[in-house]
Design a protein around this ligand. Structure first.
Ligand code: SAM
Length: 475
C-alpha cells in the first residue's frame, strides 16, 4: 500500500535536494535526528529555511510565475506556497519565493528580469516541522545510514490496524516506525508487527503491538460487506479480496454453496448477499463467532447456516443436512432497507385507511426449495487437498433420494500451494495430488487459477473441478 507513496516521496526527496542546479538548491530534507532513540521526539524535526522573496505588485504575480526567465528559479516545494504576502508591507506587495537564499546565486537571465520588474528582495523564513515530511522521509532521517536502503516501506491495512513485517535489524526502531505510520496515516489507530509466519491450526498471525491502542477488533469492508473480527484470533487476509470476488462471481444467486473453511465469511457473506444459500463452517470457535456476527450485520441471517466442526465431518454431513432441512428457493434480489421501510409504511397506510392489506407469501413462490449443493469452497491451501477423500460416498445414501437432487455434480473449488512455478507442471502436480486423494481421475470440467505467489518458490492456486460421479456415489 505504501509503495506508491514511497516512490513518490523518494522522488520528492530527490527534488528537494538535488534537482536544482548547484546554486539553486534548497535542502528541504528533514534534519538529522538528534532526539532520544526510545521514543520519537517530534520537536527534533524542526527546521528553518531562509529563501529570497522577490517583491511583486499583486497584479503581476501571475505573469511572474509564467515567465520563462524565472522558470528554474521559482520555489516549488510541496505544500509550501510560492506566493505569500509581504508582511513588511501590509496590503501591498506580494513575495514570489525563489529557490535561493542569496542574490548572488540568482542566474543572470533571471536576475536581469527581476531587476527590471521586481521591487527588490526580502529574506523569507520557512518553518518546516514533523508534519511536513512523509513517514519515509522521517524514517530516513531517523535510521542509521546502513539501514536506510532497505528501510520498511510498506504496511497492510485491516480495518484500523496497520501491520508490518519487520526484519530483525529494524526491531530496535519498531516503536518509532509504528508511531510514524500512525501519525502519517489518519485511518491507522493501531500498528502491529507480525511475529512469525502462520504456524497454528487456525492460520492467524501472532503479533505485537508497536504503536497505538491495543484494540484488535476491527471493522473491515470488502465486497460491500462489513466484517468485524478480532485480528489476533482469526484468519484474515486482505490480499485475497480478488479471489473472494472471483469465486462469488461464479455462483448463481439461486445456488447453494458449502464453504468448508469459511473463516469470518469473506466468501459466505457476499455469496448470501447476492442470494445464494450458504452452509458456512470453520473449526475455530472465534471464526464461527464473528462469522455469525457478520451474517447478522449484513442482514443475510436466513441465508447462511454456521457450523463449527472439522472440515472432513462437515463435508460428510452437509449433503444430508441440507437435504433434510432445505433452504427456501431464491425469489429475487433482497429489497434494500429503504425499500423495506417504504413497503412497511405503504402497508401501514393501507391498514389505517381500512383498505385490504395484501399478505406477502414469503414461501417459495412455487419454486422448489434448495437442497442440492452446487459448490464446495475449500480455502485452506496448506492442507485442503488432504480433505478431498471425505467426498467419497457423500451421495451414497440409501435412506435419501440424493441422485434425484444431484442430476449435476457439485463443483469443488480447492485452494492449494505448489512449488512448481511453471503452470503446466503446477497443473500436473496439483491434479495428481487431487486425483490421488479422490481415488479417481478428474473429468473434463477442470480449471486452474493462479491466486498469488506467496514466496519466491511457492504459488497459491485454486483448482476447480466437477466432483466425479463415481467418487460421490462410491460405496
Ligand atoms: C486460510 S483460512 C480461510 C478463511 C476464509 N475462507 C478466507 O478466505 O479468508 C482457513 C480457515 O480454515 C479454518 N480451519 C483450519 N483447520 C480447519 C479444519 N480442520 N476444519 C475446518 N476449518 C478449519 C481456519 O480456522 C481458517 O479460518
Amino acid at each position: 500500500m505504501l509503495l506508491a507513496r514511497t516512490l513518490l516521496s523518494k522522488q520528492r526527496q530527490y527534488l528537494n535536494i538535488f534537482s536544482m542546479s548547484r546554486h539553486l538548491s534548497i535542502d528541504a530534507s528533514p534534519p538529522p535526528y538528534n532526539g532520544p532513540w526510545d521514543r520519537l521526539d517530534k520537536e527534533a524535526f524542526r527546521k528553518s529555511l531562509t529563501v529570497l522573496g522577490a517583491r511583486v505588485p499583486p497584479e503581476k504575480t501571475g505573469a511572474f510565475l509564467k515567465t520563462l526567465a524565472l522558470k528554474d528559479c521559482i520555489m516549488d516545494l510541496p505544500k509550501i506556497r510560492t506566493v505569500v504576502s509581504d508582511s513588511s508591507v501590509p496590503d501591498g506587495e506580494r513575495l514570489v519565493l525563489l529557490r535561493v537564499s542569496n542574490q548572488a546565486d540568482i542566474p543572470p537571465e533571471a536576475r536581469q528580469f527581476l531587476d527590471r520588474e521586481a521591487k527588490g528582495f526580502v529574506d523569507h523564513k520557512i518553518e518546516l516541522d514533523y508534519n511536513y515530511w512523509t513517514a519515509d522521509e522521517c524514517l530516513h532521517a531517523f535510521l542509521p545510514e546502513e539501514l536506510r536502503d532497505g528501510a520498511p516501506n510498506g504496511f497492510a491495512m485491516t480495518g484500523h490496524i496497520a501491520h508490518v513485517n519487520l526484519l530483525d535489524e529494524y526491531l530496535p526502531y519498531k516503536h518509532i516506525i509504528g508511531q510514524l505510520i500512525m501519525d502519517k496515516n489518519k485511518r491507522v489507530k493501531t500498528v502491529v508487527n507480525k511475529l512469525n509466519t502462520i504456524d497454528n491450526q487456525f492460520r492467524f498471525f501472532k503479533m505485537e503491538l508497536i504503536a497505538g491502542e491495543p484494540d484488535f477488533v476491527v471493522e473491515h469492508h470488502e465486497a460491500d460487506c462489513r466484517f468485524t473480527f478480532d485480528f489476533t484470533q482469526v484468519y484474515w487476509n486482505s490480499r485475497l479480496h480478488t479471489e473472494h470476488e472471483r469465486l462469488v462471481e461464479m455462483f448463481k444467486p439461486e445456488e447453494l454453496v458449502a464453504d468448508v473453511f469459511a473463516g469470518v465469511g469473506p466468501f459466505a457473506v457476499p455469496a448470501a448477499k447476492k442470494g445464494c444459500a450458504v452452509l458456512a463452517n470453520d473449526l475455530n470457535p472465534n471464526s464461527a463467532k464473528y462469522l455469525r456476527k457478520n451474517i447478522d450485520d449484513n442482514r443475510v441471517t436466513e441465508l447462511v447456516r454456521v457450523s463449527c466442526e472439522d472440515g472432513r465431518d462437515f463435508i460428510r454431513a452437509s449433503v444430508s443436512r441440507v437435504f433434510d432441512e432445505p433452504f427456501l428457493a431464491y425469489t429475487g434480489p433482497k429489497p434494500s432497507r429503504m425499500q423495506e421501510e417504504r413497503e412497511r409504511k405503504r402497508l401501514q397506510k393501507l391498514a389505517a385507511e381500512g383498505k385490504p392489506v395484501p399478505v406477502s407469501d414469503p414461501v417459495e413462490n412455487g419454486k422448489p426449495p434448495r437442497r442440492a449443493i452446487a459448490h464446495f469452497v475449500m480455502n485452506l491451501p496448506d492442507s485442503a487437498i488432504t480433505f478431498l477423500d471425505a467426498f467419497r460416498g457423500i451421495l451414497a445414501d440409501d435412506s435419501r433420494n440424493l441422485s434425484g437432487e444431484y442430476e449435476q455434480m457439485p463443483m469443488v473449488h480447492c485452494h492449494c500451494f505448489t512449488r512448481e512455478l511453471d503452470i503446466a507442471r503446477a497443473e500436473e502436480d496439483i491434479r495428481q495430488r487431487v486425483e490421488e486423494k479422490l481415488g479417481h481421475p478428474l473429468g473434463n470440467e477442470i480449471s486452474l487459477h493462479l491466486v498469488r505467489s506467496v514466496a519466491p518458490s511457492k504459488e497459491m492456486y485454486c483448482i476447480s473441478f466437477r466432483l466425479p460421479r463415481e467418487v460421490a456415489f462410491a460405496r
